[in-house]
Design a protein around this ligand. Structure first.
Ligand code: DC
Length: 230
């Protein structure tokens, strides 16, 4: 996507830790408003996937920066935002980039400042009319500091591990709740302690603890906050 961002397009940013429900919530908010959505984590996952595929070591900063700059990725959304297919060089990688291996590699490449800078313009280009819901870790702090509404979603690590467990079990995966909890806690630590664009709420973000909230309640609350600001 080489388009220039459209400053007239409103942005809602939804940041938060792994498995906080950002992806689901962002998709539902975007659908309710008829806006587009940016899944920024998918971009880091794509860089990680390309690195693993081309055997580029995860500490080869120059190699990873080059990959991020020339990433030939395409997001195809259908059914009014209900389904997105992600292509990398015409390969359908929608499922492959969701593996835990790719997620962990993504968290490693995402800690490299050069990779983050290389992905900035690509992310900002998603700001198009009628509006954008941007999901990630630094959407409100770095990528869209002027967003109309910034949300920071949290939930206890235990609750997030339970949600991920349920999701993976439904897909037929053989997973262990204790392992998932440890992985989530490890990734939280890496994402929040890195020097560049660490996971943290923007000063003007609304923090929302969803541990005891249902998905529709969270979506409604975000839509209400946005309406109040218009
Ligand atoms: O949201 P996710 O699990 O798909 O993200 C994968 C990794 O990418 C995650 O470990 C942190 C990183 N990430 C990031 O650093 N900044 C973003 N805006 C989105 C994701």
């Amino acid at each position: 996507m080489n388009q220039k961002p459209d400053p007239a397009a409103p942005v809602i940013t939804i940041d938060g830790p792994s498995a906080s429900g950002k992806g689901t919530i962002s998709a539902l908010v975007a659908r309710a408003l008829g806006w587009q959505m940016l899944d920024s984590g998918a971009l880091y996952r794509l860089v990680a996937y390309a690195a693993l595929k081309h055997s580029i070591p995860l500490n080869d900063v120059a190699g990873l920066e080059r990959l991020a700059r020339k990433l030939n990725a395409r997001f195809e959304t259908r059914l009014n935002g209900r389904e997105t297919t992600i292509y990398l060089d015409d390969e359908n990688v929608t499922t492959a980039i969701r593996s835990e291996k790719c997620g962990n590699a993504a968290s490693t490449v995402a800690a490299i400042p050069q990779v983050r800078t290389a992905l900035l313009d690509r992310q900002r280009a998603f700001q198009q009319l009628p509006g954008l819901v941007a999901d990630g870790r630094d959407m409100g702090t770095v990528v869209f500091p002027g967003a109309a509404l910034k949300i920071f979603l949290t939930a206890s690590a235990q609750e997030r591990a339970k949600r991920r467990y349920k999701q993976l079990m439904e897909k037929g995966a053989n997973v262990n709740l204790a392992d998932l909890f440890n992985e989530i806690a490890e990734r939280d630590l890496r994402d929040s302690q890195r020097a560049t664009a660490p996971l943290k709420p923007a000063n003007d973000a609304v923090e929302l603890d969803t541990t005891h909230m249902t998905i529709p309640a969270v979506v409604e609350y975000i839509l209400k906050l946005y309406r109040e600001r218009q």
